[in-house]
Design a protein around this ligand. Structure first.
Ligand SMILES: Cc1ncc(COP(=O)(O)O)c(C=O)c1O
Length: 352
């Protein structure tokens, strides 16, 4: 508390990111990073861009990166917005499209940054409970609202929704913006990017942090109708004209271009996820169906918090959420390499 803080700062409830341990840990499976490094082409491009030109500001519009992404998704460049991580884009979206008379709606169990943005921008919201099986039931979202947002697949559950279900919601809900946060979409969930030319009220966000292994670069993108994109550009250019630095622009371009690296690493992660799910089942864990690079699981008998602490003592960090009570028994485990998953299982067996 400080007398110099504005009223807004006093009222904030900031988001707490997953721990980035300073010391060495055996297995870091807590923030859904990619276990494989970025492609060699990305690393080489950063080395080449690490030159005297760093004295110059980057292209404020990231045009080359935008056209590379546009080409990849077969979409026009003016349907794309780039940000310093998809978190920054989400912040702009909340500020730009969600401050309305009616509350926005999102699941009760979801990405915990959403309520943090609401507190920053003084946006009212209603949490819609997940159903008994932790699914988002989109029938529950057919109510008057100031905007809708949810991740697909949802986090931290990992459960995906189908394109058909989402399209039905967008079609019915024409009076506010529907935002689909596709941070984890590449790990086996169908993207709704193909719908952005069809609906004026759809925005899709994606991240370079997970499937493209560039969490350290901070790069995210949004796809939507050109009027929504123009709205985001108006905010960006009233806040920071150069959110994507020179190294991030070049890294992003090469990450998109190196499709082999992307496909190979994604496939390995999906395979390691299936392996982990199978092993956990044999150890009496109940795991929710995942379309992401993490799984959400609980043991039939043993306490989630105790398992979490014992893993920690063994040098393994996973994510445990204290709230809401319904997920207290669950652990969110990031999918690593096959070898990491084997090591994880052998440590877990010992603990259980
Ligand atoms: C659901 C969801 N959306 C968005 C993000 C933000 O990703 P980034 O800002 O790294 O692009 C995350 C990060 O963990 C996430 O879990």
């Amino acid at each position: 508390m400080s007398k110099y803080w504005s009223e807004v700062v006093h009222k904030l409830t900031p988001y707490t990111p997953g721990e980035q341990p300073k010391g060495n840990v055996l297995l870091k499976l807590n923030t859904n990073e990619n276990p494989y490094g970025p492609s060699q082409k990305v690393l080489d491009s950063i080395s080449i861009a690490n030159n005297n030109k760093l004295r110059l500001y980057p292209d404020p519009e990231s045009d080359l990166l935008k056209s590379t992404i546009a080409n990849f998704y077969n979409i026009s460049s003016n349907s794309i917005f780039l940000g310093n991580g998809s978190d920054e884009i989400l912040a702009f979206i909340f500020q730009g499209f969600f401050k309305n008379k009616l509350p926005i709606i999102f699941p009760d169990i979801t990405y915990s940054f959403y309520p943090a943005y609401c507190s920053l921008y003084d946006i009212s919201y209603t949490r819609i409970p997940l159903d008994k099986k932790f699914n988002i039931d989109l029938e529950d979202y057919l109510i008057p609202n100031g905007g809708i947002i949810f991740p697909n697949p949802n986090a931290p559950t990992g459960i995906p929704k189908t394109l058909v279900d989402i399209e039905n919601l967008i079609k019915i809900n024409q009076d506010s913006v529907v935002v689909i946060d596709e941070a984890y979409v590449d790990f086996g969930t169908e993207s709704v990017i193909k719908l952005v030319n069809k609906y004026k009220n759809l925005l899709v966000t994606q991240s370079f942090s997970k499937s493209r292994s560039l969490a350290g670069i901070r790069l995210g993108c949004a796809f939507g109708n050109k009027n929504l994109i123009e709205g985001l550009n108006r905010i960006k250019n009233s806040f920071n004209s150069y959110p994507i630095d020179r190294l991030a622009q070049t890294a992003g371009i090469e990450a998109i271009k190196d499709e082999n690296h992307f496909n190979e690493t994604r496939d390995k992660i999906i395979k390691a996820r299936a392996f982990l799910e199978k092993e956990l089942l044999l150890m009496d864990f109940e795991t929710l169906p995942s379309g992401a690079n993490f799984i959400f699981t609980k043991h039939k008998l043993k306490d989630g918090a105790i398992i979490f602490n014992k893993l920690r003592e063994s040098g393994v960090i996973v994510r445990h959420f204290e709230r809401p009570a319904r997920i207290f028994q669950y652990l969110r485990i990031t999918i690593g390499t096959q070898e990491e998953m084997k090591k994880f299982i052998s440590i877990l067996k010992r603990i259980i």
